[in-house]
Design a protein around this ligand. Structure first.
Ligand code: WTA
Length: 651
């Protein structure tokens, strides 16, 4: 066990290493570790020269004067330059053969399909930009987008960006209360929504939620509604307009505005652990550059690829890796509107087979669900088109990683476990698939230009394999610029915890090979007898047992030890809950990690409470484990019946 400099102990011990497959490396953009290390060294030694060289890859109306102005905590990148992200994602491809290439292949949950070529997408975006102009939207105005995962959402984002209007995408699963807060915080002038969307066979009534919200949003002057489900909705005269009707009345040419590098591109709200959601602000050029580069490096995009990132566009992953990153690279993006288990648990595998998907990027929580549903679902389908797999959003347990590799990737596809955040805008730590040997459960090494470290609270770098706080030591082009309307909170939250560096809020360790192992949020750290354990590691140990599909570990106050470990566990299909199994699992964790980590209590449950983006709500489990009831805010919970079950199971 490591010494306790930072007071976070790392106990996961994973020894397996998988080198990149030779044929993958041969055809990859970055072909070897040496090539990757050269780039990294170049960026390390002269970062501004490196970023300037990289910035040649995007289109500029006017080149920048200064690469970086850095006054901690405020960065300005490519100062004096002028560009437009919508131009980079569309217009730039039109004089090339990509004009007639599919930009978006979309599948609705009920099964309909639509394809938009780059030229068609360009036309739609120009038209909608003209609609926005006619609605009085100008450079700098904020526009709220509250839509299902349909092409119109990407069109609306690109149309805003074309004019220099700042979009605020609000995930279609949020309630009207969440809408009110977000619309008012940003002072949005216009809302773009749909009658509804499809999720697991039912209609999500978006327009009804907007109607409710607009009673309390004084800045909103109008609402544009996409007809998606065809359900009856109420349209308020003078305020509400149909998308398809407005689109008929406008011209299909609209030049992209020449915007300053630091022009605000979008606001995206993320929930902090407490308090109101933070409006993360991203700007134009640096964000574009880093989405473009990371997409190319990490997904090793080829022009023939069909690329599918399953994230909803309402989250940052959808912004950077469904819309801006892939489109700026001229990629064919697959979009699917609905749930992975509709009508059956093999919908994703069906889609991969039907469209011959090559690159598949999803979340560990989805992978654990697939494991739980059983491998016969993917095994029914031909997944041989896949050549690269990715994950994002939480630490992936080594056992889930191995399942992903064997069952989905047939031991043929490299896996890129990508660590980043809404605040970082783009991937920070990830394998480069043709170059980096992977270790199950590690996001491996930082990408070129990203200087990460693991530190103690007092800002001292810890030794190999010692746990600590993950920080980023230098500004990077796609970094958050501020929290909308609350610059002080920005400074405090990210730049004051440890002096002089960006504080990510995650625990991590770096092994002797320079590989990073993310241990989960710092607030998910458990202090047992003065030893702090990453919940993710205890969970990994549990999931490595054959009976366990998924687990979430939380702390309950304990007089003797400070905290007791409570593990909520869902079982794989054929296994039955029993006291013997509880004992066996406790022993198993003790064996995998040490007696220190043995759960004090194991609770079997059918499901875990999750946010709509799929993150386990450990806060709720902590409350249940501690007091048996929930007093806190549950607005982001996906399925309320889970709580009821957890409560009754307890009695
Ligand atoms: C977690 C999602 C481990 C982490 C892009 C981070 C991860 C938070 C990984 C950001 C990963 C994301 N391994 N943990 N590969 N990727 N996380 O803002 O705790 O929704 O701080 O951005 O997710 O979540 P966010």
């Amino acid at each position: 066990m490591s010494s306790v400099t930072s007071n976070i102990e790392s106990v996961l011990n994973e020894e397996r290493v998988f080198p990149p497959p030779e044929d993958f490396s041969r055809n990859a953009g970055i072909k070897s570790e040496e090539e990757y290390e050269r780039l990294r060294a170049e960026a390390h030694d002269s970062p501004e020269t490196f970023w300037a060289r990289m910035a040649e890859e995007i289109h500029w109306f006017k080149k920048w004067d200064t690469v970086l102005e850095w006054n901690l905590p405020h960065a300005k990148w490519f100062v004096g330059g002028k560009t437009n992200i919508s131009y980079n994602c569309l217009d730039r491809h039109l004089p090339t053969w990509r004009r007639n290439k599919a930009a978006i292949i979309w599948e609705g949950e009920p099964g309909e399909q639509r394809t938009l070529t780059y030229q068609q997408l360009h036309t739609e975006v120009c038209r909608f930009a003209n609609v926005l102009k006619r609605a009085g939207i100008e450079r700098g105005d904020r526009v709220a987008l509250y839509l299902p995962l349909i092409p119109e959402l990407a069109i609306a984002m690109l149309a805003c960006a074309r004019l220099g209007a700042t979009h605020s995408v609000i995930f279609g699963g949020f309630s009207s209360t969440a809408l009110i807060d977000r619309i008012n915080d940003a002072g949005c002038k216009l809302v773009v929504t749909a009658d509804g969307g499809w999720r697991r066979g039912s209609e999500v009534k978006l327009k009804a939620a907007v109607d409710e919200a607009l009673k309390q949003t004084p800045t909103v002057k109008g609402c544009i509604v996409v007809r998606r489900t065809g359900a009856r909705v109420s349209m308020q005269m003078g305020r509400d307009y149909w998308w398809h009707e407005l689109m008929e009345t406008v011209d299909s040419n609209c030049a992209a505005e020449e915007l300053d590098s630091e022009h605000p591109l979008y606001i995206l709200y993320t929930s902090g652990t407490t308090g109101k959601p933070k409006g993360i602000l991203h700007t134009t050029a640096g964000y574009l550059l880093q989405c473009h580069l990371t997409c190319k490096w990490v997904f090793d995009l080829k022009d023939e690829d069909i690329y599918w990132c399953t994230a909803d566009i309402g989250w940052v992953t959808g912004h950077s890796y469904v819309v801006y990153g892939p489109l700026s690279n001229g990629t064919t993006v697959l979009m699917y509107e609905g749930a992975p288990n509709y009508p059956e648990p093999d919908r994703f595998w069906q889609i991969i087979e039907r469209h011959r998907v090559n690159i598949f990027y999803t979340a560990p929580t989805a992978i654990r669900a697939f494991i739980k549903w059983g491998e016969h679902w993917p095994l029914k389908h031909d997944l041989s088109s896949l050549r690269l797999l990715g994950t994002v959003g939480e630490p992936i347990n080594p056992e889930a990683w191995m399942w992903y590799r064997e069952i989905i990737g047939k031991a043929r596809c490299p896996i890129v476990d990508t660590w980043w955040q809404t605040e970082t805008g783009a991937i920070m730590i990830s394998p480069v698939p043709g170059a980096t040997p992977t270790k199950p459960g590690s996001a491996t090494k930082p990408l070129p230009g990203i200087e990460v470290d693991v530190m103690t609270r007092s800002g001292k770098t810890v030794g190999p394999n010692e746990g600590g706080y993950l920080v980023i030591k230098r500004p990077w082009p796609s970094m958050v610029r501020t929290i909308w309307g609350d610059d002080e909170r920005y400074r405090k939250q990210y730049w004051s915890e440890i002096e002089g560096v960006y504080f990510a809020g995650d625990g991590a360790r770096c092994d002797k090979d320079g590989y990073f192992w993310i241990m989960g949020r710092v607030d998910d750290v458990i202090n047992v007898s003065g030893h702090r354990l990453g919940t993710a590691e205890v969970e990994s140990a549990l999931v490595s047992h054959e009976a366990v599909a998924e687990s979430a570990v939380v702390a309950r106050p304990d007089e003797l030890k400070g905290s007791a470990i409570v593990a909520f566990v869902t079982l794989e299909g054929t296994h039955k809950a029993s006291d013997d199994l509880k004992e066996e699992l406790r022993r198993h964790v003790a064996k995998e990690i040490g007696a220190l980590a043995r759960p004090d209590e194991i609770r079997f449950t059918d499901q875990l409470p999750k946010t709509r983006s799929g993150k386990i709500m450990r806060r709720l489990l902590r409350e249940i484990a501690t007091s048996g009831s929930i007093a806190g805010d549950v607005t982001t919970l996906e399925d309320f019946s889970v709580l009821e079950k957890l409560r009754t199971e307890e009695e």
